[in-house]
Design a protein around this ligand. Structure first.
Ligand code: UD1
Length: 338
């Protein structure tokens, strides 16, 4: 298939581009590098052995996007391009709605103009807000607790409305990621947080590398086995493969709209993650217990049964794989380690 990937140099996007090419798809990327590095493109090319066709543009630039879509005539779009920081979204909500909602609306409009029939959308388990119970199934109530999560939920609604529109030929897979972590096993690609990471996994690897003094463990009084927050950490390569499987499912044509959780179905606590990383790194990683972080929830882990069944896919990599790959990447990031 000819697949147009928006945000294809980002964390999940770059890994998905690699898996798409490995699966034999023809790929073209649109990217504005607002939260990614140009040299990731060369890394993708090194891993795949293919030249990547990339257009540098902002998805809100309708004319530029339409020109690419007309020229390429994609069979499908995988839509990653978005702003993704929860804390930043509370500070600049209008920008988040503009890029994440406005950009998605522009993309859908362009897709309709060129007759592109399939979209795979990068959503988030954040749409569930504080889940009533775990594991969380797709039927659970939604209610995101921050602007970022609301832009993802509105993106979902927007896509479903386009699928349901009279005469529409669009089909969509809406993928709700739990906690994407890890890195490419080659050590050539991974997450590139800007500034101090908000998320736990990059904070751990930077602390293990000596760039930060200690990890702040936010909250030890949650109703979880060791009192710290429990999450469903999924290896980014497993996540990337699910996108390829979703594309296949859409092309078969059985379902016009799929909403699927992408997680492992297993939760790990903050302390379990730190312990596993410490074992992989070979020395203890310092941490200090602190109060809860505002807006955090105690536990959130997926029921991935629907994705397992519909996509014929399941997350295969272990927490050890996640830590080993993330650590290999941390040590290889240009300028990352003294
Ligand atoms: C956060 C976002 C979520 C987003 C997800 C993926 C919030 C409230 N939620 O989820 O919307 O989809 O990232 O990027 O920001 N922790 C520490 N110390 C740290 C950082 C985190 O103890 O320095 C703990 C947290 O309390 C939590 C766990 O580690 O229990 C995971 O945190 P994090 O990686 O930020 O992800 P989420 O909070 O699940």
């Amino acid at each position: 298939m000819k697949v147009l990937v928006t945000g294809g140099a980002g964390f999940v996007g770059s890994h998905t581009v690699v898996e798409l090419i490995a699966a034999g798809h023809d790929v073209r990327v649109v990217e504005n590098f607002c939260n990614s590095e140009r040299w990731i493109v060369e890394r993708i090319e090194r891993i795949t052995g293919q030249t990547l066709v990339l257009d540098e543009l902002d998805i809100r630039d309708r004319a530029a996007l339409l020109a690419v879509a007309r020229d390429y005539a994609p069979d499908a779009v995988i839509h990653f391009a978005a702003l993704k920081s929860v804390s930043e979204s509370t500070e600049m909500p209008a920008s988040y709605y503009d890029v994440n909602v406005g950009g998605t609306a522009t993309l859908l409009d362009v897709m309709q103009q060129v007759g592109c029939k399939h979209i795979v959308f990068s959503s988030s388990a954040t749409v569930y807000g504080q889940p009533e119970s775990c594991p969380v199934a797709e039927t659970a109530a939604v209610g995101p607790g921050n602007p970022y999560g609301r832009t993802k939920l509105i993106g979902e609604w927007l896509i479903r409305d386009c699928v349901a529109a009279p005469g529409s030929t669009l089909s969509a897979a809406i993928l709700r990621y739990f906690n994407p972590v890890g890195a490419h096993p080659s050590g050539l690609m991974g997450e590139l947080p800007r500034g101090v990471p908000n998320n736990l996994a990059p904070y751990i690897t930077q602390t293990a590398a000596g760039q930060r003094d200690y990890i702040r463990v936010f909250g030890d009084d949650y109703a979880t086995p060791d009192g710290t927050g429990v999450r469903d950490y999924i290896h980014v390569v497993d996540l990337a493969k699910a996108h390829v499987a979703a594309l296949n499912a859409l092309s078969v044509g059985t379902d016009r709209e799929l909403t699927l959780n992408l997680g492992t179905g297993r939760g790990y606590s903050v302390l379990e993650l730190i312990e596993t990383f410490s074992a992989v790194v070979g020395h203890p990683i310092p941490y200090q217990r602190q109060g809860r972080r505002a807006g955090d929830i105690g536990e959130c882990w997926a029921d991935p049964a629907l994705a397992n069944r519909v996509l014929g896919w399941r997350a295969e990599k272990s927490l050890q794989d996640i830590c080993a790959d993330a650590w290999r990447w941390q040590q290889a990031i240009p300028g990352a380690v003294d």
